[in-house]
Design a protein around this ligand. Structure first.
Ligand code: F6P
Length: 543
């Protein structure tokens, strides 16, 4: 680490000592314009980070830290298609999928814009055929139900966006998602579906992911029971993959295979053909609106000074909270039912990207990288885990997310929803002293009970506001978190675009599966695993 960087970190640690005790509500009292100074607006979104334990002096140091990590160069390298995913020697160009003008960008000698446009045109044709009832099943009836078979990035993004945009969904088609290899998942989804009107998307960048391939085989078998003719069965399957040979081998027709490219990471792939379920649900135009919202955020991210740059600010606030104030987790709490899947989506985005311990230059990072991301829906979580935020012993920063308008919300609801969201952020900041207890004069309140009823406050939170949850705003919101994740990875000095950590579990699961096939327990297992396997083999019954 350079002396300059070390000095910045030392200065930040000194500020953190101060902010461990300094109160945000007191800062507001001293300086009511704090809110205006620590709020920014861009691309459909407003970020108010004024309830975090920081001030401009801290922000300046964090910005200097980002500069010392070469943030400007890293951003330019990403957008230019340089192989910044160094361990896999790949470019990182999910931003190209939503760019209107790529200026002749080429990767490995190949022009990017025309291949993206060609895939989008095929997506549009498929979506329009589906919506017009022209995609027909084996007995000539129109397809009405489409089941996406995928996992991780081939599931979470499309699933999250379809839920978020459910009010925009076309009436003539229903989208379903199966990700888990737990057979209960696919059995539950297929129950009640009509094979003659059901189509499947096998979504897998690698087309080898075992959960997805198992589900695809089960789907084929389910269809074959209703339609024994293999030629007609194939018409019910689409494949989306960077490995089209494998999709062909699986039996998917050439005209039903949509490609993606190795420069689109799985958890960044909802903008590619992996987003087909979104387009099928809301139509291609609204899918393009989502891309446009993301592009607006991309432009903002590329061209705005760090002080006003939403993804950079969100990233810096996160680094401050976890690396300097010591928060081990952070919670994402949308006050919007339609964003129910957002925390799960962000878990993959942030934790698969930045849950790393090796830097570009050294065998180990010195501090912590990605905090544990968790969350849930307001107001529900107020009646579940918020108690811990208000009175627990840990520092847990929260991102609150809220749409100002929801036209489909019945009268009276939205006011209550918004009041609750704002109240929670306020309560987390202010806390509640013994003196402020309403019944402080009563003997019980002033006595032993008051200590149970007070809350310390000073829990940091940020508020992300949008006018309404439109496709465009959703695109901007997702791109915001994508770039936030990238910026944090740059500051930690790690490669946010590989995921080698997930390999070992897959290898060990394969070895265990082999044992299950031969009904034997191989000697390499540890005693605990071997005992569980033996018990399973003894009890598993018919499969
Ligand atoms: O969990 C590992 C991972 O490779 C993710 O990065 C990816 O999104 C997921 O598996 C699914 O991969 P694929 O799209 O190749 O099936």
């Amino acid at each position: 680490m350079t002396a300059h960087r070390e000095a910045l970190q030392e200065a930040l640690r000194r500020h953190a000592e101060e902010w461990r005790v300094r109160r945000v509500d007191a800062s507001f009292a001293e300086s009511p314009e704090r809110h205006a100074r620590l709020s920014r607006q861009a691309a459909e979104l407003t970020l108010d980070f004024s309830k975090n334990r920081l001030d401009e002096a801290v922000l300046d140091l964090l910005i200097a830290l980002a500069d010392s990590a070469g943030l400007r160069e890293r951003i330019d390298a990403m957008f230019a298609g340089q192989p910044i995913n160094t361990t896999e020697e790949r470019a990182v160009l999910h931003t190209a999928l939503r760019a209107r003008d790529l200026g002749g960008l080429r990767v490995a000698g190949k022009e990017v814009a025309s291949s993206i446009a060609a895939v989008k045109a095929r997506m549009r044709a498929l979506v329009e055929a589906l919506h017009r009832g022209e995609w027909r099943g084996f007995d000539g009836q129109p397809v009405t139900d489409v089941v996406n078979l995928g996992i991780g990035g081939s599931d979470l993004g499309p699933r999250m966006a379809c839920t978020a945009l459910r009010d925009d969904a076309a009436a003539q088609v229903r989208l379903h998602f199966v990700s888990n290899v737990d057979g209960g998942d696919i059995a539950h989804v297929l129950h009640g579906l009509d094979p003659a009107r059901t189509a499947f998307i096998v979504a897998s960048k690698s087309f080898t992911t075992s959960e997805t391939m198992r589900n695809a085989v089960t789907a084929q078998a389910w269809l074959a029971r209703a339609c024994p003719h293999p030629g007609l069965q194939a018409g019910h399957f689409l494949g989306i993959t960077a490995c089209p040979d494998r999709a062909r081998e699986f039996g998917i027709n050439e005209s039903h295979i949509l490609p993606l490219w190795d420069w689109v990471g799985g958890r960044f792939s909802l903008w590619s053909a992996i987003g087909l379920p979104i387009a099928m649900s809301v139509g291609m135009n609204k899918f393009e609106d989502m891309l446009a919202g993301a592009e607006e955020m991309d432009q903002h991210f590329r061209s705005t000074p760090w002080h006003d740059n939403l993804p950079v600010l969100l990233a810096l606030v996160g680094i401050w909270n976890s690396n300097f104030l010591g928060a081990e987790t952070f919670a994402v709490v949308p006050y919007d039912e339609r964003l129910a899947q957002l925390p799960a989506y962000l878990q993959q985005l942030e934790m698969e990207s930045n849950g790393k311990r090796v830097t570009h230059h050294t065998p180990a990072v010195t501090g912590h990288t990605a905090p544990i991301l968790w969350g849930g829906l307001g107001t529900n979580v107020q009646h579940a885990f918020f108690q811990l935020l208000h009175q627990g012993t840990r520092l847990v920063p929260v991102d609150f997310i809220l749409a100002l308008r929801n036209p489909l919300s019945p009268p009276g609801h939205h006011d209550m929803l918004v009041a609750n969201c704002l109240a929670q952020a306020q309560a987390l900041m202010q806390g509640r002293t013994a003196e402020s207890l309403e019944d402080a004069t009563s003997s019980k309140a002033s006595g032993s009970l008051s200590v149970h009823r007070t809350t310390p406050g000073n829990q940091p939170s940020s508020l992300l506001l949008m006018e309404a949850l439109t496709p465009r705003a959703l695109g901007a919101l997702i791109a915001l978190y994508e770039h936030k994740t990238f910026v944090q990875g740059v500051i930690w000095g790690i490669n946010s675009f590989d995921q080698w950590g997930v390999e070992l579990g897959k290898v060990l699961a394969d070895a265990l599966l082999q044992d299950m096939q031969t009904n034997a327990v191989a000697p390499q297992h540890d005693p605990s695993t071997a005992a569980a396997l033996r018990l399973y083999l003894a009890r598993r019954g018919d499969r």
